[in-house]
Every structure is written in structure tokens, then in C-alpha cells.
Design a protein around this ligand. Structure first.
Ligand SMILES: NC(=O)C1=CN([C@@H]2O[C@H](COP(=O)(O)OP(=O)(O)OC[C@H]3O[C@@H](n4cnc5c(N)ncnc54)[C@H](OP(=O)(O)O)[C@@H]3O)[C@@H](O)[C@H]2O)C=CC1
Ligand SMILES: CC(=O)N[C@@H](CCC(=O)OP(=O)(O)O)C(=O)O
Length: 347
């Protein structure tokens, strides 16, 4: 038997950290050696997450107490703006999978413009690889630092990048209407995330200025080979997990919705975690909940020359922790589905 992969999770007391622990419990090669927290450091993990009580886990420590030399891989599930300075202090040989936005934007000036402060580790940024596995697998396989996409960009890019790459849709008319469950905002206590503020209602936020727009534009521009701008509107909906992204596109030339489905179907035919649905089938968050699966459906629009592409993911799985493990598997040349073979939870 080969040596286990020694894993540290920074930010283990957050939602994505806890999901990493849950998923890694089913990874045959993984051994969790270090779990960090900030305010909750010093506690056993099961005191923070009783559902993990049956797992034999190290107690939560601060990241300063972590021994990097005892690790092969560090997952950073920290608030954005926090990972940069910590990653800058990690030894070069340690594989890092960052779930935050800290290394996603390739241009540090764009980062500063959207995140309101200068990048703290520009030298690490240069080597960071954008971690949407299906679209960047080869580079991820050679990376020391992978920046996992945001949850909305994950779904939107899976739906749109192959279409721009193939020239099936027009790059100048992309409308992305998205809905997310509240775990997307993390576990920190926030008034706007109280049950009474979120339950029995739905509202948009960050309209016209959400920081995931430049991230989508960066990757869509690469796919299109031209400068792409998007209209992106996220909404908060009263559910825990799940995200649905509805993309309204203008078809290029005489392309049809059937062409869109065919391009996506061919692109993802061999992908274990993306399923393109047959005509008439509707993606739903309940069909992917708790799993690393992304589901994509294509519909004709009543407006001529247009189509609707819908993608559903679980924000805590394919939208963050599941995709992070998928990337680790690629970085370490393991089979990509290791630890991620869980079927969705239904209902
Ligand atoms: N939630 C989601 O669906 C998604 C999240 N992401 C990104 O993943 C990252 C983690 O998100 P999420 O798990 O939701 O966040 P949470 O707010 O739930 O968790 C944050 C974690 O970071 C720790 N932490 C907070 N501040 C510091 C600090 N200054 N130094 C060290 N540790 C700190 C917290 O510790 P303590 O509990 O002790 O305060 C906690 O463990 C974020 O960057 C987020 O944007 C990406 C895609 C989807
Ligand atoms: C519902 C909700 O609040 N969602 C978060 C996005 C979650 C995510 O992907 O976050 P990062 O880019 O921070 O990693 C938001 O809109 O800020």
C-alpha cells in the first residue's frame, strides 16, 4: 500500500472546510493531519460540527501552529483576502488548493480594482493555475497552486466556455441570471443571512457589480479569443445548498439550440462530473445535491436566434470543496473521481 496523502485544511471550521472533511472521509488515499480555524481554534472538530463526531480528526489549531512539513497538500478554505499572505509563507513544494478568490484573477491590477486592496502575493499569483478542472486539466496537472473558481463562475463557465470556444454563441450578448443557497455566503454570522431575512423570499444582490463578473469575463475571453463582457445577476434563495445559473445567449449565424446541446454534449461526453441533459429534461439543484455533479440543460428561446442554457451545481461540492478535491486528484495524478463517487442526495 502506498503512503497516504497528508492533508491540511485551513479554515476547517467553515462550511467548505467541513465539506472537505466530509468528502475526504470517502477518499481512500487521504489522511487529514491538520485542521485550522481562527476564533474556533482550540476545539475538537466535532464540537464545531457534531455531524463529524464519528471521524477521528485532529483538533482545530490556528494556521500559525500548523506544521507544513507534515503535509503533502494544503486546502485553503479561508475568506478571500486571507489566503494570499498565508500561502506566501508556505514552502514551495507544498501543493496548495485555494478555494478563495485570492489567486483567481490573473492580473493583480484587476484584483486590486475589484477587491479593494493590493495583491499580497503577486509572485505566487504568477504561478497560480485557474482550477476549473474540465477546462484546464493539463495545466492543473502541473500546478503547485490551484485557484478554484467561485461557485457562480464554475456553473457559468461550464455552460458557456465550450460554446464561445466553438463559436456557437455571440460573445457580446451573454446574460447570466443566477440563484444560490445561503451556504454560499459562508458560516460567519451576518444579519442578512438570518432565517427571517432569507426565508420566504428571494432577492438579487451585487447587481451589475458582483466580483464574479470579472472572473467569468477573464475565462470567457480566453475561450472566445476576444474581449467578453457579461450581464451577471446573482440572487439569494431560501435553501441551504445549491446553485442554478440560467444563461440567455444569442446564437451565432444560423446555429440552433440543438447545435448548442450537441457542442456541450460532445465537449463533456467523457467527463465524469458533467452531464448534458437530453432535449426537454430540466436541470435541478435537487439532482446534484451533495455530489460533485454539474447538470446542464439547453432550451430554445421563443425569441428568434436565441437559446437558454441552464446549469445546476451544489455550491459546496462542485462549486467549491468537491472541485477542490477533483483538482487535488489531478495535481497528484490520482484517478480524478477518487473520493467523489457519492451520488446526489434526494430529496
Ligand atoms: N461557501 C461556498 O459555497 C463557497 C465558498 N468559496 C470560498 O471558500 C472560502 C471559504 O468559504 P466558507 O467555508 O463558505 O467560509 P466560512 O466563513 O464558512 O469559513 C471561513 C473559515 O476561515 C476561518 N477564518 C476566518 N478568518 C480567518 C483569519 N483571519 N485567519 C485564519 N482563518 C480565518 C474561519 O475560522 P473561524 O470559524 O474560527 O472563524 C473558518 O474556518 C471563501 O474564500 C469563499 O469565498 C468558494 C466557493 C463556494
Ligand atoms: C450566496 C453568496 O453570498 N455567495 C457568495 C459567493 C460564493 C463564492 O463562490 O465565493 P467566493 O468567490 O468568495 O469564493 C457571494 O456572492 O459572495
Amino acid at each position: 500500500m502506498s503512503d497516504p496523502i497528508r492533508i491540511g485544511i485551513l479554515g476547517a471550521s467553515g462550511y467548505t472546510g467541513a465539506e472537505l472533511v466530509r468528502l475526504l472521509a470517502g477518499h481512500p488515499d487521504a489522511q487529514i493531519r491538520v485542521l485550522t480555524a481562527n476564533q474556533q481554534a482550540g476545539q475538537p472538530m466535532h464540537a464545531v460540527y457534531p455531524h463529524l463526531r464519528s471521524m477521528d480528526l485532529p483538533d482545530l489549531v490556528t494556521w500559525e501552529e500548523a506544521d507544513w512539513s507534515a503535509l503533502d497538500v494544503a486546502f485553503c478554505a479561508l475568506p478571500h483576502g486571507t489566503s494570499q499572505a498565508i500561502v506566501a509563507q508556505m514552502p514551495a513544494g507544498l501543493k496548495v488548493v485555494d478555494l478563495s478568490a485570492d489567486f483567481r484573477l490573473r492580473d493583480v491590477d484587476t484584483y486590486a480594482a475589484w477587491y479593494g486592496k493590493a495583491h499580497q502575493a503577486p509572485e505566487r499569483q504568477r504561478d497560480a493555475v485557474y482550477g476549473l478542472t474540465e477546462l484546464n486539466r493539463t495545466a492543473i496537472g502541473h500546478a503547485g497552486l490551484v485557484a478554484c473558481p467561485g461557485c457562480y463562475p464554475t456553473a457559468a463557465l461550464l455552460a458557456l466556455s465550450p460554446l464561445l470556444d466553438a463559436g456557437t454563441v455571440e460573445p457580446g450578448d451573454l446574460i447570466i441570471d443566477a440563484k444560490s443557497g445561503v451556504t454560499g455566503a459562508g458560516r460567519k454570522v451576518t444579519q442578512g443571512l438570518l432565517f427571517a431575512e432569507v426565508g420566504e423570499g428571494i432577492h438579487p444582490y451585487g447587481v451589475g457589480k458582483h466580483r464574479h463578473a470579472p472572473e467569468m469575463e477573464q475565462e470567457l475571453s480566453l475561450a472566445a479569443g476576444a474581449d467578453v463582457r457579461v450581464n451577471f445577476t446573482p440572487h439569494l434563495i431560501p435553501m441551504n445548498r445549491g446553485e442554478l445559473v440560467t444563461c440567455h445567449v444569442r446564437l451565432a449565424g444560423d446555429a440552433t439550440a440543438g447545435d448548442v446541446r450537441r457542442v456541450l454534449g460532445e465537449r463533456y461526453d467523457a467527463e465524469p462530473f458533467v452531464r448534458v441533459l437530453p432535449e426537454g429534461a430540466t436541470p435541478a439543484t435537487r439532482n446534484v445535491r451533495g455530489s460533485n455533479m454539474a447538470e446542464i440543460g439547453v432550451f430554445p428561446d421563443r425569441l428568434p436566434g436565441r437559446a437558454v442554457v441552464v446549469a445546476a451545481i451544489d455550491n459546496l461540492a462542485k462549486g467549491s470543496s468537491g472541485q477542490a478535491i477533483q483538482n487535488m486528484n489531478v495535481m497528484l495524478a490520482l484517478h480524478e473521481t477518487r473520493g467523489l463517487e457519492l451520488q446526489p442526495m434526494f430529496p
